[in-house]
Design a protein around this ligand. Sequence first.
Ligand SMILES: Nc1ncnc2c1ncn2[C@@H]1O[C@H](COP(=O)(O)OP(=O)(O)OP(=O)(O)O)[C@@H](O)[C@H]1O
Length: 607
Amino acid sequence: MSANATAKGRSRNERFVYQDDDAIEKPFNWSQLRRLYTYMRPYRRQLMPVILMMMIGTLTRLTNPFLMIYVIDHILDPDKGSGNVTSLVLTGAGMLALYAVQWASNNYRIKYTSIIGQKVIYDLRKHLFEHIQKLSFRFYDKRPAGSVLVRVTNDVNALQDLFTNGVVNLLMDCIQLVGIVIILLGLNVKLGLAVMITVPVMFLVSTSLRKKIRFAWQDVRMKQSRINAHLNESIQGMKVTQAYAQEKDNMAFFNHMNTDNIKSWNKASALNQAFGPIIEVTSAIGTCILFWYGAILIQNDVLTVGLLVAYANYIGNFWEPINRLGQMYSQLLIAMASSERIFEFIDEQPTVGEAQHARQLPAIKGDVTFDNIVFEYEKDRPALKGISIDVKAGQSIALVGHTGSGKSTIINLLCRFYDPVQGKVLIDGIDIRDVTIESLRSQVGLVMQDTFIFAGSIRDNIRYGRLDATDEDIVKAAQAVHAHDFIMSLPDGYDTQVEERGNVLSMGQRQLLSFARALLADPRILILDEATASIDTETELKIQEALKVLLKGRTSFMIAHRLSTIRNADEIIVLDHGRIVEQGNHEALIAKKGVYNGLIEAQYRFL
Ligand SMILES: Nc1ncnc2c1ncn2[C@@H]1O[C@H](COP(=O)(O)OP(=O)(O)OP(=O)(O)O)[C@@H](O)[C@H]1O
């Protein structure tokens, strides 16, 4: 913390700490490059004609000056064939033809490198997304959603340039450069060496400047990344900001970051602009040497005017690939960092894996057994310490206990979001680690406290429970859980569009929707994390009615908060610090006057 941070609190600019998750360049790494190449390999065949076109384009470009030599030294030379209009026209036509070929091949190259590059990026993004969908909760426990998002978007985008034109351009520039050097030295070694004398100087100056430029842009990206993180957080937390009237403070913080970003941008941009003049001055020096030394050679009859013009042309084309190769190298180092971060995710194995010979869980009855379960999220900090529960199909279980006592953890294990450290969870006597995750989760319904509503229509949101459900099934499910009336009162009924997270719906309405969704899925085992927010009595009654319909005939586990739900449960399990401390029905537990009685008294004293 800086010195001006007072005892009252942090200074405004230190309010948030954002982890820098931006691409920082990494050293060149061949094995990573080879791994990146595996994404290009499927397009090898499509790449062949592109490379061919690139070579044709480069060759025609290198050939053109030879025609110039011919025109100047043979056609226009009074001693040789001056005035030969036919030759002149023919050579002119030849030049035009070469330009046309060059233009066509360049067009082809640019178009198809971009198409192939996009396909490679598509595959990479798909692979990454497919993979992160499989990763276990443990993975997400450790990472903020923003950092996962950055890898799927920014890091993949950072590779886009490399794939869309980088690889082919790299090849093209190398060929062009080698071609020009050979021609320059081949036509006249002395003049060739003389005009290339500036190359090492230019190389040294540009390498050091480029490094500075690279770091400056990295700094810009880091600042932008912080702005993004802050924006993300601000939007998500807008209600809290407004509720605590923190807008001014938030604005000041944002301004600070915004100003910082502009400063970095200006610095990077100034450095960038310095690069152009350096290239120009170096190439101007090269040209001066060319004409000065060329003129001497012409006077000594060692060089022709045509050759001198050709040299000037080649020199003009000489700096361009050098410049691009430098840029390419910077791009490559950044791509190394991005690919490393992408591969880090791809290499991450789901901790909850499927057994090699996992079988389909057959249609279940709904018996559930927790057999002496021990579980810890973090080493040596057990969240469950030897839990055994036996539930018969169709029974409803209410899990109660203080915050942090392990209720959600029990549910997490039943869905196999995590695996126990010790003991097993059995459904109809089958260890859930022996069956495929999909066959397990498709038979276990989960109704979360914070119902997730996806952007789309109400109908589609209910259909999420069973994608092949007909419209009639959807209406029936909604009617059964008393959601139909409120849906019909919405402007477009079932077609009403709701935004992500369903902010336009009330808490109670969202719950009813999630009940309809779960009913449609018709799972044998239902898990319900009851919402804590209190709702009006009428909705409350509807929810209780809906719950009865939903629970009928299913084994259910409820993290129950409403007394009515807890009371109606067949069995109440009271947890404390990861252990079951009491178990039984409401009356029996109240009569016991133990932990449960204390909890109920504390919670419902005012009802
Ligand atoms: N993802 C996690 N990583 C690390 N520790 C966790 C994680 N989730 C829960 N815990 C810890 O495990 C213990 C049990 O948590 P759990 O969420 O099961 O409690 P709970 O009874 O459901 O609480 P609440 O009623 O507040 O939701 C707590 O000590 C909690 O801090």
